[in-house]
Design a protein around this ligand. Structure first.
Ligand code: ADP
Ligand code: MG
Length: 698
């Protein structure tokens, strides 16, 4: 049997392959580009392209593609054959440095939010050498950034790389102040934990809502849901185990370090976590993971649902974005150090994150906002739409001691002053994890838990990197000009704690009392929906910060706001239309049929014996009739709401109508239909129930 270590990364043009197939000179030059962002020598590009093509062809590849991440949130690829006609009438396999570095896909159908006039249909893709090329099927995939000819980013990778650069620049400034002269770069790393549902394909095919929208739009609660907590970490069913094994193999071949797999809280829900890696690679890998999950499920007669809320009343799926920052020398800047000096540096980076999360709560919320994720955030499940941070008891005590100039219990010296010589050594937090916090410190990294399961992790990390870069910039500006570094450092940490402690919350984030306190006492933001938060992307403070770090231009921000709002409106409109269709053509007719069956039962009984009063049938038929009427009026109410969208003057107004008219009308219609489901004989109901779907995989 093949060992995992034998085939791990076998489809990746990774460092091992590069070392083996490139000349020492070309390898060194490429490595320079990868590690330090130096621009690539064109001669080197030709040599790399040739080696990459030979390697790919030897593995059976016939095509190549520039693989990119347009604003649709999924990945895109356009395949080109390697073949070029040769003079003797045959073909040769060719691939040039030019083709490696730059592509020109006809991109007129990708969303650009007005960034690219339609006459300027062609965008271009540019190779990202920091993420390895890989083979998928018979195609060599080259990770690329996607821009318009005017230079505007039309994708998620470009701003992500820019945000990493911003963070790198500011973090290095701070490190130099602490005497670190050797770190070449600072990068953020991410390990995203991916949740998903697995259901049988047979059930899926029978549900138009799942097929068209990825979630169930109807469905009465099953008698058994997740209340027994018997699924979480439970034994993995054989069919699921086979799927996981196959998935693992596929991911490993692509160099994706899938590490942990377990059942999640809801029935049919599972999780996969890879080992963390550099943020842009982690983002590429997460996109690939989602794609391979769906493909692998199909091979096993299953469907992998990545929607945030496939089933009402059952936990939804999210993605935990474990984030940290480290130097080129491997020092994790969010890890408490061994010496007081290191701890002072750690505290400053910690404060940078605290300040960033408080100052840019809105951007973090925006970064995870989609119609799907709105069903989790701000609904009755975790995490809430209010952003707060959990630090744990130990760190809280340290911060409190600094803020109040009082002794810290762990300190050897009595007075807690953050002069590096007096800062106490403290250890990693040993307190229990807080699972309800949207943004939790977990010892040497932060876990941002608000991402939706289908979100690209690029968006959250762009905002996180940029906001932390901004804090670090403020600190570096101040410290570089300080006469007395240690006093300035101490004062700044103290000021950050004072100014931003409102964002720190260690209690239960699901509690209604917390939402009240957060919004009314602490003044934290609570954007329940995408329509609520998205317009704030263009708030002056956000535009100023993001443009000053060159993460986005104003035009790029405007385009993203519009695209995200359009996406919200389209998603909900498709759901509403699907509901109308299912209610009209499947549900109402089924309920009518069953009603007439019940009525004819009563008639038959009466014909047999006129003295039978048929109480059951008459009551039931009455209830069903009333429900059919409610369904009919629910449908017309929803249709009217859909028509009202045409009157919206712009996308913001349309998104508000979606939030205020369409979504509530969808709930009304659903309620009537779900109630009808509980009263209709199973044989009459047109599609599988929640119970059928959730327990469909053995
Ligand atoms: P959990 O208890 O939440 O499952 P784990 O320790 O299993 O936590 O880690 C979850 C994820 O966090 C994994 O993807 C892991 O690789 C990642 N992770 C661990 N350390 C770091 C770090 N320093 N920076 C970023 N991610 C990390
Ligand atoms: Mg976790």
């Amino acid at each position: 049997m093949k060992k995992g270590s034998d085939y791990f990364g076998e489809n990746v043009f990774d460092d091992r392959v590069m070392k083996a197939v490139l000349s020492a000179k070309v390898y060194a030059s490429l490595k320079h580009t990868i590690d330090e962002g130096q621009s690539l020598d064109p001669g080197v590009a030709d040599a790399v392209a040739l080696a990459m093509k030979d390697w790919a062809v030897s593995k059976g590849a016939t095509h190549f593609t520039h693989w990119f991440q347009p604003l649709t949130g999924i990945t895109a690829e356009k395949h080109d054959g390697f073949i070029t006609p040769s003079p003797d009438g045959g073909v040769i396999m060719e691939f040039s440095g030019k083709e490696l570095i730059k592509g020109e896909p006809d991109a007129s159908s990708f969303p650009s939010g007005g960034l690219r006039a339609t006459f300027e249909a062609r965008g271009y893709t540019a190779w990202d050498p920091t993420s390895y090329a890989f083979i998928k099927g018979k195609t060599l995939c080259i990770p690329t950034a996607f821009c318009s000819y005017g230079g505007h980013a039309l994708d998620k990778k470009t701003p992500l790389l820019r945000s990493m650069e911003a963070l790198n620049k500011q973090a290095l400034r701070v490190l130099r102040l602490f005497g670190n002269t050797t770190a070449k770069y600072v990068r953020s790393s991410v390990g995203p934990e991916q949740e998903y549902f697995l259901i049988s394909k047979e059930m899926y095919d029978k549900r138009p809502d799942l097929r068209f929208t990825g979630r169930t739009l109807f469905g009465a609660k099953p008698p058994k849901g997740q209340e027994m907590d018997d699924h979480y970490f439970g034994a993995i069913k054989p069919k699921v185990a086979e799927f996981m094994e196959d998935l693992n193999d596929e991911l490993w071949k692509l160099g994706i370090m899938a590490k942990t797999e377990h059942n999640e809280v809801a029935p049919a829900q599972h999780e996969l976590a890879p080992i963390y890696t550099t943020t842009n690679v982690a983002t590429d890998h997460n996109q690939l993971t989602m794609e391979i999950m769906q493909k692998t499920a199909a091979k096993h007669g299953l469907v992998c649902l990545l929607h945030e809320k496939p089933f009402a009343g059952v936990n939804g799926s999210g993605k935990h974005n474990n984030w940290s920052i480290a130097t080129s020398e491997g020092q994790n800047l969010l890890s408490p150090g061994e010496t007081p000096y290191e701890n002072a540096q750690f505290l400053l980076f910690l404060c940078a994150v605290i300040k960033a999360v408080d100052d840019y709560q809105d951007l973090l919320r925006i970064s995870v906002a989609t119609a799907g994720n709105d069903h989790r955030l701000g609904a009755n499940e975790a995490p809430p739409a209010v952003i707060s941070m959990f630090l744990g008891d130990e760190l809280n005590a340290v911060l409190e001691a600094i803020e109040t100039d009082t002794p810290y219990k762990g300190a050897e010296k009595t007075q807690m002053k953050l002069g590096v010589d007096v800062l106490p050594k403290f250890n990693r937090d040993t307190t229990d994890r807080n699972r309800t916090s949207p943004f939790a410190f977990t010892g040497n990294k932060f876990e941002f838990r608000m991402l939706g399961s289908s979100n690209s992790i690029a968006c959250a990390n762009i905002m996180l990197n940029a906001a932390v870069a901004e804090s670090l910039k403020v600190y570096a500006d101040r410290l570089e000009g300080a006469d007395d570094f240690e006093t300035a450092l101490h004062d700044m940490i103290k000021k950050t704690i004072k100014d931003h402690k409102r964002i720190i919350f260690n209690g239960n984030g699901y509690d209604d009392a917390w939402i009240k306190e957060a919004t009314e006492v602490r003044g934290l933001l609570n954007f329940r929906t995408t329509a609520d938060c998205m317009p704030h992307l263009l708030d002056k403070k956000n535009v100023d910060m993001l443009t000053s770090h060159k993460v986005f231009t104003v035009d790029e921000l405007r385009s993203r706001r519009d695209i995200m709002l359009e996406n919200y409106c389209k998603t909900v409109t498709i759901e509403a239309n699907t509901m109308v269709d299912m209610a009209n053509t499947q549900i109402a007719p089924a309920v009518s049929d069953f009603t007439s069956h019940v009525a004819s039962c009563a008639q038959t009984k009466k014909a047999l014996d006129p003295s039978i009063n048929c109480e059951y049938e008459i009551k039931l038929a009455g209830k069903l009739s009333a429900l059919t009427d409610r369904i009919a009026s629910g449908v017309s109410g929803l249709q009217d709401a859909l028509i009202s969208l045409h009157g919206a003057k712009d996308i913001i107004a349309e998104s508000e109508l979606v939030r205020d008219n369409i979504l509530p009308k969808m709930c009304e219609l659903r309620l009537a239909c779900d109630e009808a489901e509980t009263l209709t004989a199973k044989g009459y109901w047109p599609f599988p129930s929640y119970g059928d779907i959730l327990f469909s995989v053995k």
